[in-house]
Design a protein around this ligand. Structure first.
Ligand code: NAD
Length: 334
């Protein structure tokens, strides 16, 4: 009998990569384009496995629906797992697996794309030159070489970001709850968070969203940063208190803001709202600043990463179906 896997929030590119990675016919891949919510959760009936993406929020009520429908495993096709109530899963006897590493290069390189675009304003130059405007006023940047960059979180993505920045000739400061020898060899100097914030020209976030890191960037931590700092977030939206960041943009404390993630992105990202009125006034205010660059959670979006995500997700599911050890299990910690 085939194992049925129901996918939520599936896009055509997901289907292409998962179909390509699915080499045997023991799995039935059932793709839904709808997001996971209380109304769509019952669609999992008959599925042993549910495959979720970053903004499919599996809270306690949804986990209960899954359990009643016979779901045994949630396979996350992403690294972060802040969208799943792990305590509820444990209680319901539902396992959780994820893709802890697919391509740290995809996200680290996107963080660099945000830094370089905000600095050298290539997005503005692109439009200007196409309109026959070759004036340089307003496009001045600074040398990245010699700048001090503070990385919060030096896991897989933070370490690759550090390597790239060292290649640019930056001084790289790091803050993490654990110190990593490989990061030190790359040239990262670990410092307390307050020192990192006080010394860095650019601050980039690479830690997970946990109760400890929720609103890590807030009015108080922003006050401890350099005037005109560049802030980059490719990690999770709620690491940042958006209202505090808006105040800091208005005062000039933040000189540049690059976001790939946003606290309330679940209602916006991955969908086409062009021609429609955006109802999120906070997001619209962010978009109104000339020194803010936002991408819609696309840092992971390289063909290398999508292939790796599909392969690891299916390997996780095969391991579960075959009763093997779950290398990428997310274990609930009391
Ligand atoms: P990782 O687990 O390898 O590294 C995370 C690091 O953060 C670890 O070194 C950990 O010790 C550190 N950390 C944990 N709590 C901390 C705290 N309170 N303060 C400081 N550091 C802390 O994870 P990774 O693969 O490097 O990914 C980092 C994050 O990037 C993920 O959690 C995810 O939210 C985000 N991400 C975003 C995208 C995207 O497309 N935008 C894609 C993949 C991952």
């Amino acid at each position: 009998m085939k194992t049925k896997i129901t996918f939520f929030s599936t896009k055509p590119y997901d289907i292409a990569f998962f179909d390509q990675a699915n080499h045997d016919d023991s799995l039935e891949l059932c793709y839904l384009d709808t997001h996971l919510n209380p109304a769509t959760a019952p669609l999992v009936q008959g599925s042993a496995v549910v495959c979720l993406f970053v903004n499919d929020k599996a809270d306690a009520a949804i986990i209960s629906t899954f359990a009643k429908a016979g779901v045994k495993l949630i396979a996350l096709r992403c690294a972060g797992y802040n969208n799943v109530d792990l305590a509820a899963c444990k209680q319901a006897g539902i396992g959780v697996v994820r893709v802890p590493a697919y391509s740290p290069y995809s996200v680290a390189e996107h963080a660099l794309a945000l830094i370089l675009t905000l600095n050298r304003k290539t997005h503005k130059a692109f439009n200007r030159v196409r309109e026959g405007n070759f004036a340089l006023e307003g496009l001045m940047g600074f040398d990245l070489h010699g700048q001090t960059v503070g990385l919060i979180g030096l896991g897989k993505i933070g370490r690759v970001t550090a390597q790239i920045l060292r290649g640019f000739g930056c001084t790289v400061l790091g803050y993490d709850v654990y110190e990593d020898e490989e990061a030190k060899r790359t040239g990262v100097s670990y410092v307390p968070l307050e020192s990192l914030l006080a010394q860095s020209d650019i601050v980039s976030l690479h830690c997970p969203l946990t109760p400890q890191t929720h609103h890590l960037i807030n009015a108080q931590t922003l006050a401890g940063m350099k005037n005109g700092v560049m802030l980059i977030n490719t990690s999770r939206g709620a690491l940042i208190d958006t209202m505090a960041v808006i105040q800091s943009l208005k005062s000039g404390k933040i000189g540049y803001l690059g976001l790939d993630v946003y606290e309330e992105e679940a209602d916006l990202f991955f969908e086409d709202f062009s021609g429609k009125v955006i109802q999120d006034d906070v997001f619209s205010r962010l978009l109104s600043f000339p020194n803010v660059l936002i991408t819609g959670h696309q840092a992971f979006f390289t063909r290398n990463a999508l292939q790796s995500i599909a392969e690891t997700t299916l390997a996780n599911i095969h391991a579960f179906v075959n009763g093997g050890p779950l290398e990428n299990e997310v274990v609930f910690k009391e």
